[in-house]
Design a protein around this ligand. Structure first.
Ligand code: HEM
Length: 234
């Protein structure tokens, strides 16, 4: 999509800065404000805290790096393809583990499962992401698919991939909103430091996602249109 008239590189730089900011903020929130992270604890909130950390850093940020791999890595297409596949694979594993932590917290605290829009979209996101990964692996990585089939499948892989990615971003937004609303209904100050921190983290995730999507659709290099000559100044 050379028509955007911008190169991917500046958007990948912005994305990296926002990724670091979002990762730091979610860690400060869960560790400093919410008491820390634990897989086994009598304080079940600490088990829950693993959920936003793993979903944001493990699933969304690693998945974003996988998406941008083609625009940032200088290596051959085959090496970059392998890195794209492996990073998405790790993102899926960490995402599944993050969701497991939310279920573990619910089960050990006697809270019902899968009652919210966030949880329904969450299950849909991780399922579609895994289907997309398997389809991509079979089509583009395992040798044997007909070149014509690969060529035809690529635009759908890109389109469906971006759709699932945006779904993941939207699900995370609902997650932040839901958790903050729970906390505010149990007494957290609405204009307090923690409420601002959570809302700002979610805003940074929106900007981060936007820069990743632009980096994904913008070309690595802008190609000159054949026969193009600039208009004269006067
Ligand atoms: C794309 C990223 C995410 C996915 C795929 C996802 C998925 C899920 C799923 C499937 C559940 C249901 C667990 C159960 O029913 O036992 C859940 C619960 C929950 N998640 Fe997330 N989540 C994501 C990100 C986040 C983030 C960033 C937060 C921010 C705090 C969050 C907050 C919550 C909360 C509060 C619950 C418990 C209430 C509920 O089930 O809706 N999630 N998540």
């Amino acid at each position: 999509m050379g028509g955007l008239g911008v190169k991917a590189a500046p958007f990948t730089y912005v994305a990296h800065i926002l990724a670091v900011a979002a990762a730091v903020l979610v860690l400060v929130w869960c560790i400093h404000f919410r008491g820390g992270l634990a897989f086994e604890s009598s304080n079940k909130n600490l088990i829950f805290n693993l959920h936003p950390v793993l979903m944001l850093i493990g699933f969304i940020i690693l998945g974003s790096e996988a998406i941008m791999a083609y625009k940032v890595l200088p290596w051959s297409r085959d090496v970059t393809k392998a890195i794209h596949l492996v990073l998405h694979g790790i993102a899926i594993v960490l995402g599944i583990f993050g969701i497991y932590c939310a279920f573990k917290n619910h089960n050990e605290s006697g809270i019902a499962n899968l009652y919210s829009l966030h949880s329904w979209l969450g299950i849909s996101t991780i399922s579609l992401y895994t289907i997309q990964w398997i389809f991509g692996f079979v089509t583009f990585f395992v040798p044997g698919a007909a070149p014509n089939f690969k060529r035809g499948a690529l635009p759908w892989h890109v389109l469906f991939g971006l759709f699932v990615y945006i779904l993941a971003l939207a699900t995370a937004q609902l997650g932040f909103l839901e958790k903050l609303t729970f906390l505010e209904s149990s007494g957290l100050e609405k204009y307090g430091t923690e409420a601002f921190l959570v809302n700002f983290t979610a805003l940074i995730v929106v900007l981060f996602g936007a820069s990743v999507v632009v980096a994904a659709v913008a070309p690595a290099q802008i190609e000159e249109t054949p026969g193009y000559s600039p208009l004269p100044d006067n």
